[in-house]
Design a protein around this ligand. Structure first.
Ligand code: GAL
Length: 664
């Protein structure tokens, strides 16, 4: 467990660097990420490289005992490059070229830019690949940020056609798979297929889904080219990329398959303001962030790379500049967020950024230091975490271990999100929110959760949740059958198994060859979905789950039940709202967090998991031999679930924004 920071030596006088490095180390910081936006300073003229400043920055950090995360600078191609190759920019969904003057203006599909990305990555890797200061690499910066995955460029169009030809081999196969007979969309060749945008009304869903898949694969290929260069020139040093929260424009599992460390950038207050949360929640969590937003992503990114390595690459240190409103964290939150990440298994928590920039776009975004180099609150709390880490690892029982193995798996599948975004069927059917509300329900019960891909090995889990999973692939189907056979509890959310991989109804044993949801899950679930309806705002349907009254809103399904399937909760009209068949529960509608919590209370009991409702704002994490408790509220909190023994750190009851750690 280490602290890190994001640093921009090119923004500051050289005379300042050594003092910055000294102060970082004194604060407990051990790794420093640099150079992800430095292309125009490294190569001010085409082919003319200026390395002396970066050499000196690296040496200065190294001399202070700091490790460097070196970046490829491809998120910010310089002006001279765009001028030379104007068609390298992405084209937005209104058909407009993305302009120069901010960042991420390139199109992933442009062959010329891909060559430039390899060229500059090679130059940086040749220079620093063997440098003893370099402890890790980062490719690019936040792929997809500012809506930059989907591009309507000519390069993307040509690339999409090649991608389709490789996937379907013949145009007839594509026509059949998509169902292009609808609205006379039958194609004669792959060269006739355009990008599914700017159509008169909704474009074909299968066409859109494949475009999402293609666009995701372009990000994967772009990243893979850089990774190959870094592995060649800097063997043995881990390669990472910094992903974003609630961002699903490309398949992160696919990108992470080429990385050693998944990192992500956590801005809890900014995201709380920008997200689907209610106005009441945004106000309640304005200065702490919603407690489950960071951990949802910690649990997602822990499942990305083969051996579970993950970091926070950018941690919010104070108010940011980019949300609708940018409140200040309560004192103590920077420390709490840092420990929350470690509790979920982070190796490194790195703050963004060392010092607030006095100029340019992000001058209103705080850093650990203010623009005049004085310490802001973030610095005080980072130093506290640094001191606590040093003290904890010296505990007499030996080094603290934070390997996380959760008893609950929630499947998080990017293609599933795309499918439900393409055909929401109700304006507020937001699959990310559905996932998040289910997760929140689990976390309110103190359950530890792994967010896993659809092809994950599910054999170690006692409770498996598919909150938003329309397509059930063969691997997932087999995993669920095996899990049910060994008695693991399974909870299926609305729309489970409702679609094929081409976003049509699932195949079935009927005269038409099509079946009804939940498709291949029908035998396990013991039910069939006969009709679905989205519910406009205000159309809530109350149901009672485990003695608790909860609301179904936004979506409901009418089920036909197989013999022997139990009804655990029913709508007022008598239709089943929650069913159970053996270890499999099915939820026939959209639940809010209270509803999910009620469903999971029963499922956790059947799974033999000790779940108990925690007071609002209290969260627990078990990590290795530790139990960690976090208080996000502004009251002192206690709970019967907390150990009576003296904590290694903190106290019981927990003060507002306090944390406590026990060795169990
Ligand atoms: C991230 C980005 C950083 C910085 C930060 C501000 O999205 O990676 O470069 O812009 O947000 O909060």
């Amino acid at each position: 467990m280490q602290l890190g920071v994001c640093y921009y030596p090119e923004h500051w006088p050289r005379a300042q660097w050594a003092e910055d490095a000294r102060r970082m180390h004194a604060m407990g910081i051990r790794v420093v990420r640099i150079a992800e936006f430095a292309w125009s300073v490294i190569e001010a003229e085409p082919g003319v490289f200026t390395w002396d400043w970066l050499d000196e920055a690296v040496e200065t950090l190294h001399a202070a005992g700091l490790g460097v995360v070196m970046c490829t600078p491809t998120a910010t191609p310089p002006k001279w490059l765009v001028d030379r190759m104007p068609d390298m920019v992405a084209i937005d969904l209104q058909g407009r070229p993305r302009g120069f003057g901010s960042r991420r203006h390139y199109c992933f599909s442009h062959a010329g830019y891909r060559a430039e990305s390899r060229r500059i990555s090679r130059a940086v890797a040749e220079r620093y690949g063997q440098h003893p200061a370099v402890v890790a690499w980062q490719t690019d910066n936040e792929y997809g940020c500012h809506d930059t995955v989907l591009s309507l460029s000519e390069s993307a169009r040509q690339g999409f056609r090649r991608w389709l030809a490789a996937r379907y081999t013949t145009i007839d196969a594509l026509n059949t798979a998509w169902g292009t007979v609808f609205w006379s969309q039958v194609y004669r060749s792959f060269d006739e297929i355009d990008l599914p945008a700017l159509t008169v009304t909704e474009a074909h869903p299968a066409h859109r889904l494949d475009w999402r898949r293609f666009s995701s694969d372009e990000v994967v290929a772009f990243n893979r080219e850089q990774v190959a260069i870094l592995r060649e020139l800097s063997p043995g040093r881990p390669v990472s990329h910094n992903f974003m929260g609630f961002f699903t424009e490309f398949n992160h599992h696919d990108v992470a398959a080429d990385l050693d460390i998944a990192t992500w950038d956590t801005y809890p207050l900014g995201v709380t303001q920008m997200l689907f949360l209610s106005a009441e929640e945004k106000a309640r969590w304005a200065r702490t962030g919603h407690p489950d937003i960071p951990s949802f992503h910690h649990d997602l990114y822990r499942g990305m790379c083969r051996d579970g390595r993950w970091w926070v690459m950018e941690q919010q240190p104070g108010p940011v500049n980019w949300a609708h409103w940018n409140p200040a964290p309560e004192d103590g939150m920077v420390r709490l967020w840092s420990w929350q990440a470690f509790a979920h298994g982070a190796e490194v928590v790195s703050y963004f950024r060392w010092r607030q920039a006095p100029f340019a776009q992000e001058q209103m975004h705080t850093g650990l230091l203010r623009p005049d180099a004085s310490e802001d609150q973030g610095a005080i709390e980072a130093a506290q975490v640094g001191a606590e880490l040093a003290a904890l690892t010296l505990d007499e029982a030996g080094p603290v271990r934070l390997a996380v193995q959760a008893p609950v798996a929630m499947v998080f599948d990017y293609a599933a999100i795309w499918m439900l975004q393409i055909q929401p069927q109700g304006a507020d059917f937001n699959p990310l929110e559905l996932q998040f509300r289910a997760y929140e329900g689990l976390r309110r019960l103190g359950l530890d959760v792994d967010l896993v891909p659809a092809d994950a090995d599910l054999s170690g889990y006692r409770l498996i949740v598919l909150a938003a999973q329309p397509q059930i692939g063969a691997t997932l189907q087999a995993s669920l059958e095996a899990a049910a056979a060994r008695g693991a509890q399974i909870v299926l959310g609305p729309r489970a198994g409702s679609k094929s991989e081409h976003l049509s109804f699932p195949a079935g044993d009927s005269p038409t060859g099509h079946g009804l949801p939940p498709g291949s899950l029908a035998a396990l679930a013991g039910m069939q979905v006969q009709r679905v309806a989205s519910l406009p705002p205000g159309c809530a349907e109350p149901v009672v789950v485990g003695g608790q009254s909860v609301q179904i809103t936004r979506w409901r399904e009418d089920l036909a039940l197989a013999e022997g399937t139990e009804v655990l909760a029913a709508f007022a009209d008598g239709h089943a709202a929650l069913t159970r068949r053996g270890p499999v529960r099915c939820v026939a509608g959209w639940l809010d967090t209270d509803g999910w919590q009620a469903v999971f209370t029963g499922a956790a009991a059947d799974a033999g998991l000790a779940a108990q409702a925690l007071p609002e704002g209290l969260r627990l994490s078990r990590a290795g031999d530790l139990l960690l408790a976090f208080n996000f509220s502004d009251r002192c909190l206690d709970a019967p679930a907390l150990p009576t023994a003296a904590p290694l750190l903190g106290q019981r009851p927990l003060p507002p924004r306090g944390l406590a750690i026990w060795r169990t």
